[in-house]
Design a protein around this ligand. Structure first.
Ligand code: SF4
Ligand code: SF4
Ligand code: SF4
Length: 425
């Protein structure tokens, strides 16, 4: 059985195919702290790709309220529970988050969805992937438990003395919106499980697609995807999934004049919380250093964005800035051991991070590189017992061709309408 390297787990792992990597990898960073749960992203995808007969239940991207919501229902609890039952008490991380891009979160010492079937096979031919097929009723409610909070004694995130934001400790109820789509994983479980090799990962951008001519609707991908982002369509008897809006990523949309364009769900985001891009990876699928790429910066330099359930083992390429008001054990279960550091960093952003966060949704083009032009100090205060300074820096975004797409400032400019235009539109 070939072994591949999973940098999110900090170790090699079992996978049914040889190590391979795309030229560039489709990835995205969603800032949960600012998502308002408006579902504009959900509807942008739906109205573009899944409006046909037989696709009524298909939500390639959806926004669910955590901890109780899920589409299908309890998808994450169910797969985590299966892994725990197969490897009781051993699903843990060792080491500490560090600066090594080949193992930034330490090492996952437990077993993932590719490893459990082999561990429990006992001489029989194992399945390629641990999974389950949700029954129809679990797909019925795309937004069940919307805005339902968790109550109880769970303590909010614990920080050092004097580091709490005022009010943090008063809230015992919490929820947050988790916007999800296919993670175009580096080691897709859907692809590993397909007996007809109908699923492939594009060598140019790592987008994972199902060949509709080859698919016979066995639903092995639906069963295997731990994120449940491959869906079955009864009218065609094939499975379908997010296609990463590949014509846009290829630069086919006339709006960008040939330059890669962000997907529909990213571009439509009202809350300005979704950023999608392309990152360079090495032969192990670890990200090649590219400090001025905003995605690389947020994941590997600022370490403010983390993969969703990295312990499942597919090396998902969807990253999230974790919500700062949620109990740490929950965040660590969902995003791995880097959660505390990520929240601390987001709560106390330095000058560079604050500027990079302004890049969200100023353009539909994929940002390949950013530059920062320093501006004057505009604010100074004491926050969490520390001195805090804010600068009105300008951040400039460039597309793949090196052309400036836009520039924007940390402090939003104020324009005063001349008196002669008052009461006019
Ligand atoms: S999220 Fe699921 S459907 Fe998407 S690539 Fe990963 S395993 Fe496949
Ligand atoms: S990337 Fe495109 S196809 Fe995929 S969920 Fe977003 S809008 Fe839908
Ligand atoms: S459009 Fe943006 S803000 Fe609205 S639900 Fe989607 S991710 Fe959240």
């Amino acid at each position: 059985m070939p072994s591949v390297y999973n940098w999110q787990l900090g170790r090699g792992m079992r996978y049914p195919y040889e190590q391979a990597s795309p030229k560039e990898q489709f990835a995205f960073v969603i800032n949960i702290n600012r998502c308002i749960g408006c579902q504009t992203c959900t509807m942008a995808c739906k109205s573009t790709w899944t409006f046909a007969k037989g696709q009524e239940h298909m939500w390639w991207t959806n926004v669910e309220t955590k901890p109780y919501g899920g589409y299908p229902q309890h998808w994450d609890v169910q797969i985590l529970d299966k892994l725990e039952q197969a490897n009781p008490g051993e699903q843990r991380w060792t080491g500490t988050p560090n600066g090594n891009p080949k193992k930034p979160y330490g090492k996952f010492a437990g077993k993932n969805v590719f490893e459990v079937p082999h561990a429990v096979a006992r001489g029989k031919q194992p399945n390629q992937v641990l999974g389950y097929l949700p029954p129809d009723e679990e797909w019925r409610f795309p937004n069940i438990y919307e805005d339902t909070p968790q109550h109880g004694e769970s303590k909010p995130m614990e920080f050092g003395k004097g580091e709490e934001l005022s009010g943090d400790k008063k809230h015992k109820a919490w929820f947050f919106y988790l916007a999800r789509l296919c993670n175009h994983c580096s080691y897709p479980a859907c692809l590993a499980a397909c007996p007809r090799t109908a699923i492939y990962k594009r060598p140019e951008d790592g987008i994972v697609l199902i060949d509709q001519k080859e698919c016979r609707g066995y639903r092995k991908c639906v069963e295997a995807c731990p994120y449940k982002k491959s869906l079955y369509r009864g009218t065609t008897r094939t499975s379908e999934k997010c296609i990463g809006c590949y014509p846009r990523v290829e630069g086919k949309d006339p709006e960008t004049g040939g330059s890669p364009m962000e997907t529909r769900c990213m571009a439509a985001c009202i809350g300005q919380v979704r950023m999608q891009g392309l990152v360079k990876v090495d032969k192990d699928n670890a990200w090649v250093e590219d400090r001025q790429n905003p995605l690389y910066y947020m994941v590997h330099v600022a370490k403010v964005a983390l993969p969703l359930y990295p312990q499942l083992g597919t090396e998902p390429n969807g990253y999230y800035v974790p919500p700062r008001w949620v109990p740490l054990p929950y965040l660590e279960q969902m995003f791995g051991p880097g959660a505390k550091q990520a929240v601390e960093r987001y709560r106390n952003p330095d000058r560079e991070l604050l500027a990079v966060l302004q890049l969200y949704r100023r353009s539909n083009q994929i940002i390949s590189r950013f530059e920062i032009k320093e501006g004057p100090k505009v604010y100074e205060a004491e926050r969490n017992g520390k001195k805090y300074e804010m600068y009105d820096d300008t951040v400039i975004a460039f597309n793949r061709g090196g052309k400036e797409i836009f520039r924007t400032q940390v402090e939003e400019p104020v324009y005063i309408r001349p008196a002669k235009h008052q009461n006019s539109i």
